[in-house]
Design a protein around this ligand. Structure first.
Ligand code: ATP
Length: 206
């Protein structure tokens, strides 16, 4: 089994790439989705968040008010660290459980938006970065997602820089061009990952 970390800045095309990997047969583990699941209504994760941040972060129906929690931690390092200290171990544990279901020849793709920001590269056999110029990211967020320009800029500024992300990459997928230039690159990277996966599983069988 080969464990791959996939990352990229907001609007870089990470989800598009992970869908392609899934269509080739990868087991995709979506860290953002798991991060939502571990604080769903009735979970110990949500109880821990409430113990830290108070009832104010709950809606009337008892579910987490994500925008409110987001507003509390955005730009406040200590509060963000407190939240991460609750959520990250839960996400790590759930991801490991899902990864354990993979077969020896599988390639597991962990879609982790904040891989570079959180220093997670050492967790994976290979790190793949989806790269696009900041202007391209901004353009996609505003034009395709309907995000306000200032909002898009501030979200991008809160993430790692393009250079910081590339510094942790073993393989880079260039998604600055049109969509039809993306697919052949993802397929090529997929073939490289399959080869490495076969090497890893041969080693583990010896
Ligand atoms: P986020 O971090 O916000 O989840 P993401 O990195 O997962 O973003 P996607 O959702 O895959 O990015 O892509 C952002 C938008 O840009 C989507 O609407 C997607 O269809 C579009 N897109 C992705 N790649 C390209 C491309 N090469 N050309 C044009 N549009 C693209």
């Amino acid at each position: 089994m080969l464990s791959v970390g996939l990352t990229g800045g907001i609007g870089s095309g990470k989800s598009t790439v992970s869908e392609l990997f899934a269509s080739y047969g990868a087991l995709v583990i979506d860290a953002d989705r798991i991060a939502r699941e571990v604080v769903e209504f009735g979970t110990p994760g949500l109880a821990a968040v409430v113990a830290e941040f108070g009832d104010d972060v709950l809606r009337a129906d008892g579910t987490l008010d994500r925008p409110k929690l987001g507003a509390i931690v955005f730009g406040d390092r200590a509060r963000l660290q407190a939240l991460n200290a609750i959520v990250h171990p839960l996400v790590g544990r759930r991801s490991a459980e899902l990864e354990a279901q993979a077969g020896p020849d599988d390639v597991v793709i962990h879609d982790v938006p904040l891989l570079a920001e959180n220093g997670l590269a050492p967790l994976y056999d290979v790190v793949v970065v989806v790269d696009a110029a900041p202007q391209t990211q901004l353009d996609r967020l505003v034009r395709l997602r309907g995000m306000d320009t200032d909002e898009a800029r501030s979200r991008m500024a809160a993430q790692a820089t393009r250079e910081q992300r590339l510094a942790v990459a073993d393989l880079v997928i260039d998604n600055d061009g049109p969509l039809d230039a993306l697919e052949p690159q993802v397929r090529k990277v997929w073939e490289q990952l399959r080869e490495r996966g076969a090497d890893v599983s041969r080693r583990s069988r010896r």
